[in-house]
Design a protein around this ligand. Structure first.
Ligand code: HEC
Ligand code: HEC
Length: 441
C-alpha cells in the first residue's frame, strides 16, 4: 500500500538528503535562508527524524494498540463469545470495516472471485487473524479459538474507502465511522453486569440505552454521570467526530473537555478501559459526575501502565492527520465562492469559525444560548460550554446529521437554524450558496 502522504514526504526528504553527498550542496555552505535549505535539510536533523518516528509509532498505536483493554471487552464482557458466532455479513451490518491491505493475496483473490462464505463465522476468524478488522484485535488461545478481544482508536475514528466492496477497502485514518453501531456491538456481549453495576440499572434498561444510540454514535459521558437520555427523551449519545484536522485547535470534544492528549488519555483509560494512569480532579464533583466521583475515575492507577508512554506519539500522529479535501465535483464552485463571501461577511459565521482553523484561535467554547440550543450536553462537561466545531472535511460526515447529537439532519437545517437564531435574513439562494461553501471545506 502507498504510504500516507506526510510520511512519504518526510521519508522523501530524508532519503533525498542521505543520498546527496555532492560537495556543491555542502550544508555548511548553504545559507539557512536559501530555498534549498527548506527542501533538503541536513540528514541529521533531529526534529525531522523524531517527527517521522513519532508518526509511525503514533499510527501503530492509533490503529493497533488495545492498551490492554481486552481484559475488559473479552475478559469482563466476554464480547469475543458473541464475535465467535458472527459472520462477516453481520459484522459489516454492525458497521465494522475491513482493511483489505492486511489480507493475504489468496484471500483477496478468493473474495474477488466470490469464493468466500461471508455468512460463516470462520471467515470472521480469518479476518481477525489477519488483523484486518479495523479497530478490533482478536486474541487467539492455544486451541486456536478466539480467546479474547480488544478495541482501538481506529474502531470509531477510521473507516475504509470501500474500494474493494462496501465496507472493504483501504484505511482512512481519522475519518469518523458513521456506520458503526457501538451500542449494538456492546449489547452483543453476553455479560453486561460490569456496566449495569456501575450505572445502577438492570440489564434490560442498559440494553434499551445501548439500542437508543444508533449508528455513528456513542455516549462518552454516560459512565460518568449516568444520564442516558436528554430531557426531551432523545438519546444522550453524540456523533463520532473526526480525529483529523485537529492541529491548531484548542478545546476538543463537542463540549471542550480538554486538549487532544487530555482526551486521548481520557478515552484510553475510561472509555476503552485500557490499563493506564489518569488524573482529572474535576471528575470528583459528585453532583455533576456521580458515577465517576464514586468510582474514583479521576484518580486511576494500575500496576502496569500501558497508556501513558504512548500518548506523545499518539497525539503527534493525530495532529499530522490533515482534513481531507472535498473531492472535485462534489460541490458547485461558483456557488461556494459566493457562499464564502457570506460566511466571512453578512452571515457572521467566521466570527466563530475562523479560517483556516474554522474554530477560534484561543478558548473556543460558547454557551448554549450563544448558538441557540439547549444546554443539556454542555452541562455534562466541566466548562458547561459547546466547542466551536472545526468545519474542514465536512463532506466525510454527511451521515448522522450535524451538531453534537446530529439534531440537524442536513446542512440546510443548520443554516436555517443560524438564520432564525441570528435573525440573519438570508435569502433562499444565499442559503444554497452557504451550503455549497460548507461542502467545499
Ligand atoms: C467507541 C468509540 C470511540 C473510540 C474507541 C474512541 N473514540 Fe474518540 N471520540 C468518540 C466520541 C463519541 C467522541 C466525542 C465525545 C464528545 O464530544 O463528548 C470522541 C472524541 C475524540 C476526540 C476529540 C475530537 C474533536 O473534535 O475535538 C479525539 C481527539 C479522540 N476522540 C481521539 C481518540 C483516540 C486517540 C482514541 C483511542 C485512544 C479514541 N478517540 C477512541 C468515540 C470514540
Ligand atoms: C457563536 C459562535 C458561532 C457562530 C457565529 C457560528 N457557529 Fe457554527 N458552530 C458553533 C458551535 C459552538 C458549534 C457546535 C454545536 C454543537 O455541536 O452542538 C457549531 C457547529 C456548526 C456546524 C456543525 C458541524 C458538525 O460537524 O456537526 C456547522 C455546519 C456550522 N457550525 C456552520 C456554521 C455556519 C454556516 C455559520 C454561519 C451562518 C455558523 N456556523 C456560525 C459556533 C458558531
Amino acid at each position: 500500500m502507498k504510504p500516507d502522504l506526510p510520511i512519504a514526504f518526510a521519508l522523501g526528504i530524508l532519503l533525498g538528503a542521505c543520498g546527496d553527498d555532492s560537495p556543491a550542496r555542502d550544508v555548511d555552505a548553504t545559507p539557512p535562508t536559501s530555498p534549498d535549505a527548506a527542501v533538503d535539510p541536513p540528514p541529521t536533523d533531529p526534529a525531522l527524524a523524531a517527527a517521522t518516528r513519532m508518526i509511525e509509532e503514533g499510527r501503530a498505536t492509533f490503529r493497533y494498540d488495545t492498551f490492554g483493554d481486552e481484559a475488559f471487552w473479552g475478559g469482563t464482557l466476554r464480547l469475543h463469545e458473541a464475535v465467535r458466532t458472527l459472520g462477516p455479513v453481520d459484522a459489516l451490518g454492525l458497521g465494522l470495516k475491513v482493511d483489505v491491505a492486511a489480507l493475504p493475496e489468496d484471500v483477496i483473490a478468493a473474495l474477488a472471485a466470490g469464493q468466500v462464505d461471508l455468512e460463516d463465522p470462520a471467515t470472521t476468524m480469518l479476518l481477525l487473524r489477519a488483523n484486518a478488522v479495523v479497530g478490533v484485535t482478536g486474541f487467539f488461545g492455544d486451541d486456536d479459538s478466539l480467546a479474547s478481544i480488544g478495541i482501538q482508536c481506529a474502531l470509531c475514528h477510521s473507516t475504509v474507502d470501500d474500494s474493494f466492496a462496501p465496507g472493504l477497502g483501504a484505511r482512512l485514518d481519522g475519518w469518523p465511522n458513521r456506520d458503526l453501531n457501538v451500542g449494538g456491538i456492546i449489547a452483543a456481549a453476553p455479560d453486561l453486569s460490569a456496566l449495569t453495576g456501575l450505572l445502577g440499572v438492570d440489564d434490560a434498561t442498559l440494553r434499551t440505552v445501548l439500542g437508543s444510540w444508533g449508528p455513528g454514535k456513542f455516549d462518552a459521558a454516560v459512565l460518568l454521570d449516568g444520564k442516558a437520555f436528554r430531557p426531551d427523551g432523545g438519546s444522550a449519545a453524540t456523533l463520532l467526530p473526526p480525529a483529523y484536522g485537529l492541529a491548531g485547535v484548542d478545546g476538543h470534544t463537542y463540549t471542550g473537555w480538554g486538549g487532544v492528549t487530555y482526551w486521548n488519555a481520557f478515552v484510553a483509560n475510561l472509555e476503552m478501559q485500557g490499563q493506564g494512569t489518569f488524573y482529572d480532579p474535576r471528575l470528583d464533583d459528585a453532583d455533576r459526575f456521580p458515577i465517576a466521583a464514586a468510582n474514583g475515575f479521576g484518580h486511576k492507577r494500575v500496576a502496569e501502565d500501558r497508556v501513558t508512554a504512548k500518548l506523545p506519539a499518539l497525539q503527534f500522529y493525530q495532529l499530522a492527520l490533515e482534513a481531507p479535501a472535498a473531492p472535485a465535483g462534489s460541490f458547485d464552485e461558483a456557488a461556494a465562492a459566493r457562499g464564502e463571501a457570506l460566511f466571512m461577511g453578512d452571515a457572521q459565521c467566521s466570527s466563530c469559525h475562523v479560517p483556516p482553523l474554522y474554530t477560534e484561535p484561543g478558548w473556543n467554547r460558547h454557551t448554549a444560548a450563544e448558538i441557540g440550543i439547549d444546554d443539556f450536553q454542555a452541562q455534562r462537561s466541566p466548562d458547561q460550554r459547546y466547542r466551536t466545531t472545526p468545519l474542514r472535511g465536512l463532506f466525510t460526515r454527511q451521515k448522522g446529521g450535524f451538531y453534537h447529537d446530529g439534531r440537524f439532519a442536513t446542512l440546510a437545517d443548520v443554516i436555517d437554524h443560524y438564520d432564525a437564531h441570528g435573525s440573519l435574513g438570508l435569502t433562499a439562494d444565499q442559503k444554497l450558496d452557504l451550503i455549497e461553501y460548507l461542502k467545499s471545506l
